[in-house]
Design a protein around this ligand. Structure first.
Ligand code: HEC
Ligand code: HEC
Length: 307
Protein backbone atom coordinates (compact mmCIF):
# COMPACT_ATOMS: atom_id res chain seq x y z
CA UNK A 1 0.00 0.00 0.00
CA UNK A 2 2.15 2.81 -1.18
CA UNK A 3 0.73 6.25 -1.45
CA UNK A 4 1.98 8.03 -4.48
CA UNK A 5 3.84 11.03 -3.32
CA UNK A 6 2.53 14.11 -4.89
CA UNK A 7 4.83 17.07 -4.60
CA UNK A 8 3.72 19.44 -1.86
CA UNK A 9 1.50 16.89 -0.05
CA UNK A 10 4.15 15.76 2.45
CA UNK A 11 6.26 18.73 3.25
CA UNK A 12 9.19 17.87 5.50
CA UNK A 13 9.18 14.18 4.54
CA UNK A 14 11.72 12.73 2.26
CA UNK A 15 10.34 11.97 -1.14
CA UNK A 16 10.80 8.25 -1.88
CA UNK A 17 9.74 8.86 -5.40
CA UNK A 18 13.28 9.29 -6.52
CA UNK A 19 14.08 6.63 -9.02
CA UNK A 20 17.37 5.45 -10.30
CA UNK A 21 17.34 3.50 -13.56
CA UNK A 22 15.75 0.03 -13.18
CA UNK A 23 18.76 -1.88 -14.41
CA UNK A 24 21.11 -0.10 -12.06
CA UNK A 25 23.56 -2.38 -10.21
CA UNK A 26 24.96 -1.48 -6.79
CA UNK A 27 28.68 -0.88 -7.06
CA UNK A 28 29.59 -2.22 -3.65
CA UNK A 29 27.59 -5.53 -3.53
CA UNK A 30 27.19 -6.13 -7.23
CA UNK A 31 23.43 -6.73 -6.73
CA UNK A 32 20.80 -5.01 -8.85
CA UNK A 33 18.74 -2.36 -7.07
CA UNK A 34 14.98 -1.99 -7.16
CA UNK A 35 15.39 1.51 -8.39
CA UNK A 36 14.10 3.03 -5.11
CA UNK A 37 16.29 5.54 -3.38
CA UNK A 38 15.89 7.48 -0.11
CA UNK A 39 18.37 10.18 0.61
CA UNK A 40 20.96 8.38 -1.44
CA UNK A 41 20.27 5.01 0.22
CA UNK A 42 19.27 2.46 -2.41
CA UNK A 43 17.21 -0.70 -2.01
CA UNK A 44 18.88 -3.91 -3.21
CA UNK A 45 16.71 -6.25 -5.19
CA UNK A 46 16.88 -9.39 -3.01
CA UNK A 47 13.71 -11.34 -3.77
CA UNK A 48 12.27 -13.79 -1.12
CA UNK A 49 13.47 -17.38 -1.56
CA UNK A 50 11.09 -19.51 -3.63
CA UNK A 51 10.48 -22.04 -0.87
CA UNK A 52 9.44 -19.26 1.47
CA UNK A 53 7.01 -17.81 -1.02
CA UNK A 54 5.45 -21.18 -1.80
CA UNK A 55 5.06 -21.97 1.89
CA UNK A 56 3.37 -18.62 2.28
CA UNK A 57 0.99 -19.32 -0.64
CA UNK A 58 0.31 -22.79 0.78
CA UNK A 59 -0.67 -21.21 4.09
CA UNK A 60 -3.10 -18.91 2.37
CA UNK A 61 -4.59 -21.82 0.44
CA UNK A 62 -4.83 -23.87 3.65
CA UNK A 63 -6.57 -21.00 5.46
CA UNK A 64 -9.07 -20.65 2.62
CA UNK A 65 -9.92 -24.37 2.68
CA UNK A 66 -9.93 -24.45 6.51
CA UNK A 67 -12.37 -21.55 6.74
CA UNK A 68 -14.81 -23.43 4.51
CA UNK A 69 -14.81 -26.58 6.67
CA UNK A 70 -14.21 -25.24 10.20
CA UNK A 71 -15.63 -22.35 12.21
CA UNK A 72 -13.62 -19.34 11.10
CA UNK A 73 -15.16 -15.96 10.39
CA UNK A 74 -16.65 -14.10 13.37
CA UNK A 75 -20.28 -13.05 13.01
CA UNK A 76 -21.51 -11.06 15.97
CA UNK A 77 -21.07 -13.24 19.07
CA UNK A 78 -20.52 -16.50 17.16
CA UNK A 79 -18.76 -17.53 13.97
CA UNK A 80 -19.36 -19.21 10.64
CA UNK A 81 -20.01 -22.88 11.56
CA UNK A 82 -18.00 -24.51 8.76
CA UNK A 83 -19.19 -27.46 6.66
CA UNK A 84 -17.96 -30.13 9.14
CA UNK A 85 -20.02 -28.67 12.00
CA UNK A 86 -17.05 -29.00 14.39
CA UNK A 87 -17.19 -27.21 17.74
CA UNK A 88 -14.62 -27.28 20.54
CA UNK A 89 -17.47 -26.95 23.04
CA UNK A 90 -19.06 -30.15 21.71
CA UNK A 91 -15.69 -31.90 21.78
CA UNK A 92 -15.22 -30.84 25.43
CA UNK A 93 -18.72 -32.10 26.32
CA UNK A 94 -17.95 -35.44 24.62
CA UNK A 95 -14.68 -35.73 26.57
CA UNK A 96 -16.49 -35.01 29.84
CA UNK A 97 -19.11 -37.63 28.97
CA UNK A 98 -16.45 -40.25 28.38
CA UNK A 99 -14.68 -39.39 31.68
CA UNK A 100 -18.04 -39.65 33.45
CA UNK A 101 -18.78 -42.95 31.75
CA UNK A 102 -15.37 -44.19 32.90
CA UNK A 103 -16.17 -43.09 36.46
CA UNK A 104 -19.52 -44.85 36.28
CA UNK A 105 -17.71 -48.11 35.66
CA UNK A 106 -15.43 -47.61 38.67
CA UNK A 107 -18.34 -46.47 40.82
CA UNK A 108 -20.35 -49.55 39.91
CA UNK A 109 -17.29 -51.68 40.69
CA UNK A 110 -16.98 -50.01 44.10
CA UNK A 111 -20.67 -50.52 44.80
CA UNK A 112 -20.37 -54.21 43.90
CA UNK A 113 -17.13 -54.94 45.79
CA UNK A 114 -16.99 -55.67 49.53
CA UNK A 115 -15.14 -52.84 51.23
CA UNK A 116 -12.29 -55.09 52.44
CA UNK A 117 -11.62 -56.15 48.83
CA UNK A 118 -11.51 -52.52 47.71
CA UNK A 119 -8.66 -51.87 50.15
CA UNK A 120 -6.83 -54.91 48.77
CA UNK A 121 -7.13 -53.70 45.16
CA UNK A 122 -4.61 -50.85 44.65
CA UNK A 123 -6.44 -49.43 41.61
CA UNK A 124 -9.87 -49.33 43.30
CA UNK A 125 -8.35 -48.18 46.59
CA UNK A 126 -6.68 -45.22 44.91
CA UNK A 127 -9.94 -44.10 43.30
CA UNK A 128 -11.91 -44.69 46.51
CA UNK A 129 -9.40 -42.74 48.62
CA UNK A 130 -9.55 -39.72 46.33
CA UNK A 131 -13.36 -39.79 46.15
CA UNK A 132 -13.59 -40.42 49.91
CA UNK A 133 -11.36 -37.42 50.61
CA UNK A 134 -13.70 -35.09 48.75
CA UNK A 135 -16.84 -36.62 50.33
CA UNK A 136 -15.12 -36.16 53.72
CA UNK A 137 -14.64 -32.43 53.04
CA UNK A 138 -18.35 -32.05 52.37
CA UNK A 139 -19.84 -34.22 55.13
CA UNK A 140 -17.40 -34.74 57.95
CA UNK A 141 -15.09 -31.76 58.49
CA UNK A 142 -17.65 -29.75 60.51
CA UNK A 143 -17.22 -32.26 63.36
CA UNK A 144 -13.91 -34.01 62.71
CA UNK A 145 -12.00 -30.97 61.44
CA UNK A 146 -10.47 -30.30 58.03
CA UNK A 147 -7.47 -32.51 58.69
CA UNK A 148 -9.71 -35.13 60.41
CA UNK A 149 -7.78 -34.30 63.58
CA UNK A 150 -10.95 -33.91 65.64
CA UNK A 151 -11.51 -31.78 68.71
CA UNK A 152 -13.08 -32.11 72.17
CA UNK A 153 -15.79 -34.79 71.90
CA UNK A 154 -14.93 -35.53 68.27
CA UNK A 155 -12.32 -38.20 67.77
CA UNK A 156 -9.12 -37.68 65.84
CA UNK A 157 -9.29 -40.05 62.85
CA UNK A 158 -5.58 -39.81 62.01
CA UNK A 159 -4.25 -41.74 64.98
CA UNK A 160 -4.25 -45.49 65.36
CA UNK A 161 -6.50 -45.43 68.40
CA UNK A 162 -10.02 -46.44 67.44
CA UNK A 163 -12.97 -46.28 69.82
CA UNK A 164 -15.16 -48.53 67.70
CA UNK A 165 -12.46 -50.56 65.97
CA UNK A 166 -9.98 -49.80 63.21
CA UNK A 167 -10.47 -52.67 60.77
CA UNK A 168 -11.89 -51.54 57.44
CA UNK A 169 -15.16 -53.37 58.17
CA UNK A 170 -15.46 -51.74 61.62
CA UNK A 171 -14.80 -48.27 60.20
CA UNK A 172 -17.36 -48.91 57.45
CA UNK A 173 -19.99 -50.01 60.01
CA UNK A 174 -19.33 -46.99 62.23
CA UNK A 175 -19.78 -44.58 59.32
CA UNK A 176 -22.81 -46.35 57.85
CA UNK A 177 -24.76 -46.70 61.12
CA UNK A 178 -23.34 -43.82 63.13
CA UNK A 179 -22.74 -43.70 66.86
CA UNK A 180 -25.77 -43.47 69.18
CA UNK A 181 -27.85 -42.40 66.22
CA UNK A 182 -31.46 -42.17 67.40
CA UNK A 183 -32.79 -43.19 63.97
CA UNK A 184 -30.65 -46.24 63.13
CA UNK A 185 -31.46 -49.50 64.99
CA UNK A 186 -28.02 -50.92 64.07
CA UNK A 187 -26.12 -47.90 65.36
CA UNK A 188 -23.01 -48.23 67.53
CA UNK A 189 -24.42 -47.94 71.01
CA UNK A 190 -23.09 -48.10 74.53
CA UNK A 191 -23.30 -45.68 77.38
CA UNK A 192 -21.33 -45.38 80.51
CA UNK A 193 -23.25 -45.77 83.79
CA UNK A 194 -24.03 -42.60 85.69
CA UNK A 195 -21.78 -43.54 88.60
CA UNK A 196 -22.26 -40.25 90.46
CA UNK A 197 -25.88 -39.28 89.91
CA UNK A 198 -27.14 -42.86 90.29
CA UNK A 199 -24.94 -43.28 93.38
CA UNK A 200 -23.22 -46.38 92.06
CA UNK A 201 -19.98 -45.12 93.57
CA UNK A 202 -19.51 -42.69 96.43
CA UNK A 203 -17.53 -39.50 96.02
CA UNK A 204 -14.36 -40.90 97.61
CA UNK A 205 -14.37 -43.98 95.34
CA UNK A 206 -14.90 -41.83 92.28
CA UNK A 207 -11.93 -39.72 93.27
CA UNK A 208 -9.80 -42.82 93.92
CA UNK A 209 -10.62 -44.48 90.61
CA UNK A 210 -10.23 -41.22 88.68
CA UNK A 211 -6.79 -40.74 90.23
CA UNK A 212 -5.95 -44.33 89.30
CA UNK A 213 -7.10 -43.84 85.68
CA UNK A 214 -5.11 -40.59 85.44
CA UNK A 215 -1.99 -42.47 86.50
CA UNK A 216 -2.34 -44.93 83.61
CA UNK A 217 -1.30 -42.32 81.06
CA UNK A 218 0.89 -40.31 83.40
CA UNK A 219 -1.49 -37.37 83.84
CA UNK A 220 -0.86 -34.72 86.47
CA UNK A 221 -2.35 -35.76 89.84
CA UNK A 222 -2.57 -39.42 88.85
CA UNK A 223 -1.74 -41.97 91.53
CA UNK A 224 -1.89 -45.73 91.10
CA UNK A 225 -3.32 -47.39 94.21
CA UNK A 226 -4.53 -50.95 94.87
CA UNK A 227 -7.96 -49.53 95.88
CA UNK A 228 -8.15 -47.65 92.59
CA UNK A 229 -7.23 -50.78 90.64
CA UNK A 230 -9.91 -52.78 92.45
CA UNK A 231 -12.65 -50.21 91.85
CA UNK A 232 -11.59 -50.12 88.20
CA UNK A 233 -11.67 -53.91 87.85
CA UNK A 234 -15.12 -54.07 89.44
CA UNK A 235 -16.77 -51.13 87.70
CA UNK A 236 -14.91 -50.15 84.58
CA UNK A 237 -13.04 -53.13 83.12
CA UNK A 238 -16.19 -54.54 81.50
CA UNK A 239 -16.18 -51.72 78.94
CA UNK A 240 -12.63 -50.38 79.08
CA UNK A 241 -10.84 -53.73 79.35
CA UNK A 242 -8.96 -55.31 82.24
CA UNK A 243 -5.78 -53.51 81.26
CA UNK A 244 -7.81 -50.35 80.43
CA UNK A 245 -6.71 -50.67 76.79
CA UNK A 246 -10.28 -50.30 75.56
CA UNK A 247 -12.87 -52.66 74.11
CA UNK A 248 -13.68 -51.75 70.53
CA UNK A 249 -16.85 -53.85 70.35
CA UNK A 250 -18.29 -51.85 73.25
CA UNK A 251 -16.92 -48.44 72.27
CA UNK A 252 -15.05 -48.17 75.54
CA UNK A 253 -12.01 -46.01 74.74
CA UNK A 254 -8.44 -46.90 75.64
CA UNK A 255 -7.66 -45.03 78.87
CA UNK A 256 -3.91 -45.70 78.82
CA UNK A 257 -2.92 -43.74 75.74
CA UNK A 258 -2.53 -39.99 75.76
CA UNK A 259 -5.39 -39.63 73.28
CA UNK A 260 -8.58 -38.32 74.82
CA UNK A 261 -12.03 -37.85 73.44
CA UNK A 262 -12.69 -35.33 76.16
CA UNK A 263 -10.07 -33.21 77.84
CA UNK A 264 -7.36 -35.46 79.28
CA UNK A 265 -7.06 -34.26 82.86
CA UNK A 266 -7.88 -35.55 86.33
CA UNK A 267 -10.92 -33.23 86.73
CA UNK A 268 -12.35 -34.25 83.34
CA UNK A 269 -11.91 -37.96 84.11
CA UNK A 270 -13.68 -37.41 87.41
CA UNK A 271 -16.46 -35.50 85.65
CA UNK A 272 -16.86 -38.33 83.12
CA UNK A 273 -17.35 -40.84 85.96
CA UNK A 274 -19.79 -38.65 87.88
CA UNK A 275 -21.92 -37.62 84.91
CA UNK A 276 -20.73 -39.14 81.64
CA UNK A 277 -20.86 -37.37 78.31
CA UNK A 278 -21.48 -39.35 75.15
CA UNK A 279 -20.76 -38.43 71.58
CA UNK A 280 -23.32 -38.79 68.82
CA UNK A 281 -22.67 -39.28 65.12
CA UNK A 282 -25.42 -39.52 62.51
CA UNK A 283 -25.91 -42.73 60.55
CA UNK A 284 -24.57 -41.82 57.11
CA UNK A 285 -26.38 -44.62 55.28
CA UNK A 286 -29.47 -42.43 55.61
CA UNK A 287 -27.87 -39.61 53.61
CA UNK A 288 -25.17 -41.11 51.40
CA UNK A 289 -25.20 -44.01 48.95
CA UNK A 290 -23.30 -47.18 49.74
CA UNK A 291 -20.45 -46.51 47.28
CA UNK A 292 -19.78 -43.14 48.94
CA UNK A 293 -19.73 -44.72 52.41
CA UNK A 294 -17.25 -47.31 51.17
CA UNK A 295 -15.08 -44.54 49.73
CA UNK A 296 -15.24 -42.67 53.03
CA UNK A 297 -14.32 -45.83 54.95
CA UNK A 298 -11.33 -46.49 52.67
CA UNK A 299 -10.19 -42.87 53.03
CA UNK A 300 -10.59 -42.75 56.84
CA UNK A 301 -9.08 -46.21 57.26
CA UNK A 302 -6.04 -45.09 55.28
CA UNK A 303 -5.60 -41.83 57.21
CA UNK A 304 -4.14 -43.22 60.37
CA UNK A 305 -3.41 -46.67 61.53
CA UNK A 306 -6.19 -48.58 59.87
CA UNK A 307 -5.92 -52.12 61.18
C1 HEC B 1 -22.33 -34.22 63.91
C2 HEC B 1 -20.93 -34.46 64.11
C3 HEC B 1 -20.28 -35.53 63.26
C4 HEC B 1 -20.21 -35.62 61.91
C5 HEC B 1 -20.81 -34.67 60.88
C6 HEC B 1 -19.42 -36.77 61.61
N1 HEC B 1 -19.01 -37.37 62.75
FE1 HEC B 1 -17.87 -39.05 62.90
N2 HEC B 1 -18.05 -39.00 64.90
C7 HEC B 1 -18.69 -38.02 65.63
C8 HEC B 1 -18.58 -38.31 67.04
C9 HEC B 1 -19.13 -37.48 68.18
C10 HEC B 1 -17.86 -39.52 67.15
C11 HEC B 1 -17.46 -40.24 68.40
C12 HEC B 1 -18.58 -41.03 68.90
C13 HEC B 1 -18.21 -41.60 70.23
O1 HEC B 1 -18.18 -40.84 71.19
O2 HEC B 1 -17.91 -42.78 70.29
C14 HEC B 1 -17.55 -39.92 65.77
C15 HEC B 1 -16.86 -41.06 65.45
C16 HEC B 1 -16.47 -41.41 64.17
C17 HEC B 1 -15.69 -42.59 63.85
C18 HEC B 1 -15.22 -43.64 64.83
C19 HEC B 1 -13.86 -43.28 65.35
C20 HEC B 1 -13.31 -44.32 66.25
O3 HEC B 1 -12.31 -44.02 66.89
O4 HEC B 1 -13.83 -45.44 66.29
C21 HEC B 1 -15.50 -42.58 62.50
C22 HEC B 1 -14.74 -43.59 61.69
C23 HEC B 1 -16.16 -41.40 61.99
N3 HEC B 1 -16.72 -40.71 63.02
C24 HEC B 1 -16.19 -41.05 60.66
C25 HEC B 1 -16.95 -40.01 60.17
C26 HEC B 1 -17.13 -39.73 58.78
C27 HEC B 1 -16.49 -40.49 57.64
C28 HEC B 1 -17.96 -38.66 58.69
C29 HEC B 1 -18.52 -38.01 57.43
C30 HEC B 1 -19.30 -38.85 56.58
C31 HEC B 1 -18.29 -38.26 60.03
N4 HEC B 1 -17.65 -39.08 60.90
C32 HEC B 1 -19.12 -37.18 60.32
C33 HEC B 1 -19.33 -36.92 65.13
C34 HEC B 1 -19.52 -36.65 63.79
C1 HEC C 1 -21.05 -49.78 80.16
C2 HEC C 1 -19.76 -49.44 79.64
C3 HEC C 1 -18.85 -48.54 80.44
C4 HEC C 1 -18.48 -48.65 81.73
C5 HEC C 1 -18.91 -49.70 82.75
C6 HEC C 1 -17.55 -47.57 81.98
N1 HEC C 1 -17.36 -46.84 80.87
FE1 HEC C 1 -16.15 -45.23 80.68
N2 HEC C 1 -16.79 -44.99 78.76
C7 HEC C 1 -17.67 -45.83 78.14
C8 HEC C 1 -17.91 -45.31 76.80
C9 HEC C 1 -18.80 -45.93 75.77
C10 HEC C 1 -17.15 -44.12 76.69
C11 HEC C 1 -17.02 -43.23 75.47
C12 HEC C 1 -17.94 -42.07 75.57
C13 HEC C 1 -18.12 -41.46 74.20
O1 HEC C 1 -17.89 -42.18 73.22
O2 HEC C 1 -18.52 -40.32 74.09
C14 HEC C 1 -16.46 -43.98 77.94
C15 HEC C 1 -15.59 -42.92 78.20
C16 HEC C 1 -14.84 -42.84 79.35
C17 HEC C 1 -13.85 -41.81 79.57
C18 HEC C 1 -13.49 -40.68 78.62
C19 HEC C 1 -12.43 -41.15 77.67
C20 HEC C 1 -11.90 -40.07 76.76
O3 HEC C 1 -11.22 -40.46 75.79
O4 HEC C 1 -12.10 -38.89 77.00
C21 HEC C 1 -13.32 -42.06 80.79
C22 HEC C 1 -12.23 -41.27 81.47
C23 HEC C 1 -13.98 -43.21 81.31
N3 HEC C 1 -14.89 -43.67 80.41
C24 HEC C 1 -13.72 -43.77 82.53
C25 HEC C 1 -14.47 -44.80 83.10
C26 HEC C 1 -14.29 -45.28 84.42
C27 HEC C 1 -13.24 -44.80 85.40
C28 HEC C 1 -15.21 -46.25 84.60
C29 HEC C 1 -15.48 -47.03 85.88
C30 HEC C 1 -15.73 -46.28 87.08
C31 HEC C 1 -15.94 -46.40 83.39
N4 HEC C 1 -15.46 -45.50 82.50
C32 HEC C 1 -16.93 -47.33 83.19
C33 HEC C 1 -18.25 -46.97 78.61
C34 HEC C 1 -18.15 -47.40 79.91
Amino acid sequence: MSTPNKPGKNPGKTDPGQHTPANHVDDFSGIATTGHEWDGIQELNNPLPRWWLWTFYACIAFAAVYSVFYPAWPIGTSATPGLLGYSSRAEFAANMDSVQAGNQTVLRQIADTPVADIVADPELARFATAAGASAFKVNCTQCHGTGASGGPGYPNLNDDSWIWGGTIDAVYTTIAHGVRSPTDPDTRYNIMPNFGADELLDKASIKTVATYVASLSGLEGGVSTPEGATIFADNCAACHGENAKGVADLGGPDLTDALWLYEGSLPSIQAQIEKPRHGMMPAWSEKLDDATIKELAVYVHGLGGGQ
